[in-house]
Design a protein. Structure first.
Length: 141
C-alpha cells in the first residue's frame, strides 16, 4: 500500500476480487485506485468471444453454427463456458464424432452455471455494487 501511495512513475495497476467486502477499507479509499468497476456476467457478444477463445485453444473451428450456441449460455461465466467446451469435447470423443452445435449444447447442459449455483450471492453482489462501483463498459447494470 505504501508503493501505491508513493510511486512517482506512471503505472497502470489492475486487480480483481470476487468479493470486495472482505478487503480492508484503506485499500479502497480514494487515491489507491482511480476507478473501481463491477464486472457482471458476459453479454452475448462477450460469450461468443469467450467461446471462440476456448474453441481455438483446442484447435476447434469457430464456425458460426458453433458460436451461435453462446446465445444459449445467458447465465454462464467465462469459466462455465470453458467447462462446457471441455464437456462437449469429451462427449464428441465418446461417440466418435466431431464437435457439433448439438453436442456443444449437450456439453452446456452438463455444466451448472455459477450464476445458478450461487444465484443469491450474485444478486447480492450486484445489489451491493450499485452506487459503490462503476459498471464495466457495456454492462447491462
Amino acid at each position: 500500500m505504501t508503493w501505491l501511495q508513493e510511486h512517482e512513475s506512471p503505472v497502470m495497476l489492475m486487480a480483481t476480487a470476487n468479493d470486495m467486502r472482505g478487503l480492508p477499507p484503506e485499500l479502497l479509499r480514494p487515491g489507491r485506485f482511480d476507478a473501481l468497476f463491477f464486472v457482471d456476467l458476459p453479454d452475448a457478444a462477450a460469450r461468443r468471444e469467450i467461446l471462440s477463445i476456448h474453441l481455438d485453444a483446442y484447435g476447434l473451428p469457430r464456425s458460426p453454427r458453433l458460436l451461435s450456441v453462446a446465445n444459449d449460455m445467458a447465465d454462464f461465466s467465462g469459466a462455465d463456458i470453458a467447462a462446457s467446451v471441455v464437456e462437449a469435447i469429451f462427449l464428441a470423443e465418446a461417440i466418435g464424432q466431431p464437435l457439433t452445435p448439438d453436442i456443444l449444447r449437450k456439453g452446456c447442459q452438463q455444466v451448472i452455471p455459477w450464476a445458478k449455483t450461487l444465484g443469491e450471492e450474485l444478486e447480492e453482489r450486484r445489489h451491493w455494487s450499485q452506487g459503490r462501483l462503476r459498471p464495466a463498459q457495456g454492462e447491462k447494470n
